[in-house]
Ligand binder design. Structure first.
Ligand SMILES: Nc1ncnc2c1ncn2[C@@H]1O[C@H](COP(=O)(O)OP(=O)(O)O)[C@@H](O)[C@H]1O
Ligand SMILES: [Mg+2]
Length: 205
């Protein structure tokens, strides 16, 4: 079972949005997927409760319980666990990082978001786990996207070539317990998420 954690110290970066949509995109390829919500705000859990589909499994867990939940998912034959993190401070963020095979750090193309990524980078490096950046909630054709991409490149970690655009479909799908691949199957948001999931898989190969 592979474990992907969406981690950043900044609220609003896009962790829950990316976690929920990639979990469904992976589930749609036939994988057994568990989405583990470690955020006390429980946004992913609320989304899971609104869902009508049998998967992905949504588990709510305190970080102190993460190992046990991951072991249970392994025993259940899950192929993928996606962890949605809160803007946790140490030591919780470090525990999540150590449990992951890949850490995805979402970053919006703004100066404030960029200034906040080094916390997650340090946590990933300390854990010795591969980390990558994902540009999230990008406005259409804004010069800030390329600037942020360049600035992220300076950390020496891969930056996803797939940019996740700021689209109402992401929030609308979530509001009804769905993901964009279910809400607008052939829409642009769905295409971005499928491409992101496929790139994240390559990063773990
Ligand atoms: N690509 C996107 N398009 C539109 N809205 C987005 C996108 N990504 C995030 N949002 C919105 O931004 C807000 C914060 O995103 P969220 O995923 O909850 O961040 P985090 O979990 O890092 O705090 C939410 O209201 C969410 O709907
Ligand atoms: Mg969140």
């Amino acid at each position: 079972m592979k474990v992907v954690a969406f981690l950043s110290q900044k609220g609003g970066a896009g962790k829950t949005t990316l976690a929920v949509h990639t979990a469904v995109a992976a589930y749609e390829t036939g994988l057994g997927v568990v989405l583990i919500d470690t955020d006390p705000q429980k946004s992913a859990t609320v989304w899971g409760e609104a869902r009508q589909e049998p998967g992905p499994v949504v588990a709510t867990a305190d970080v102190s319980d993460l190992r046990r939940v991951l072991d249970a998912a392994r025993s259940d034959g899950m192929g993928l666990a996606i962890i949605d993190a809160a803007p946790h401070a140490a030591p919780a963020a470090a525990s999540i990082a150590r449990a992951a095979d890949l850490i995805a750090i979402p970053c919006r193309p703004t100066a404030f978001d960029l200034a906040a990524v080094d916390g997650a980078v340090r946590i990933a490096k300390a854990a010795g786990v591969k980390a990558v950046f994902v540009l999230s909630a990008c406005p259409f054709r804004a010069p800030e996207i390329a600037e942020t991409r360049d600035a992220l490149g300076a950390f020496g970690l891969p930056v996803s070539p797939v940019e996740i655009t700021d689209r109402r479909a992401f929030a609308r799908a979530v509001a009804s317990g769905r993901a964009v691949t279910e809400f607008e199957t052939d829409g642009k948001a769905a295409g971005e998420i499928r491409a992101l999931w496929s790139w994240l898989q390559e990063q773990m190969a």
